[in-house]
Write a protein that binds this ligand. Structure first.
Ligand SMILES: [Zn+2]
Ligand SMILES: [Zn+2]
Length: 177
């Protein structure tokens, strides 16, 4: 979906658009989109300088990195961004601009605003680094593979406390000398 800047009226434009999953090319090793993507935002502009302010909502399906189960969860991202027409930089200008570095300014071609790209970028930015079903997911036992959220297995009880084993080692070394 493109918004032609030439066609914009002076008033802010309210955009509601629902993208089918396959229209947003989200690619991630550990997660996939699991519901149509609803974009809801206000586009205001001064000449070709744009501001977009709103939200993207969908659901993601992911595998918990600890217990390995699959989950689906509502997912949303909100944004408030300025888009400016891509300036024709000389190398010198580019350096100055980079040092100025306003993170909330992005660039577009100044002709048509690509809503799909906005939606994709906002989803990618809001993705967590690690997917866990819940913050305190206990994961799987590294020995027997039991899901420790469901029941404690017996493997754990045989393990000496790791701090204790360091102490024991230390003692043994002393005895050796
Ligand atoms: Zn989990
Ligand atoms: Zn176990």
């Amino acid at each position: 979906m493109f918004i032609e800047i030439e066609d914009l009226k002076p008033e802010p434009l309210q955009v509601h658009h629902v993208f089918p999953i396959e229209e947003i090319k989200f690619a991630h090793d550990d997660a996939a989109l699991n519901a149509p993507i609803a974009a809801d935002f206000m586009l205001t502009h001064r000449d070709r300088d744009l501001r977009v302010d709103g939200t993207v909502e969908t659901a993601i399906r992911f595998r918990c990195s600890r217990c390995m189960k699959e989950f689906s969860r509502p997912f949303s991202a909100s944004f408030d961004l300025d888009y400016l027409p891509q300036p024709k930089w000389t190398t010198e200008d580019a350096e100055i601009e980079l040092h100025d570095g306003d993170m909330d300014v992005a660039y577009y071609d100044g002709i048509a605003f690509d809503v799909n790209l906005l939606v994709l970028e906002q989803i990618e930015l809001a993705m967590p680094m690690q997917f866990t079903c819940r913050e305190d997911c206990k994961g799987l036992c590294y020995k027997c593979g039991a899901d420790l959220n469901e029941a404690a297995c017996l493997c754990g009880s045989e393990e000496p406390d790791s701090r204790m084993s360091v102490l024991l080692e230390y003692k043994n070394k002393k005895v050796d000398k």
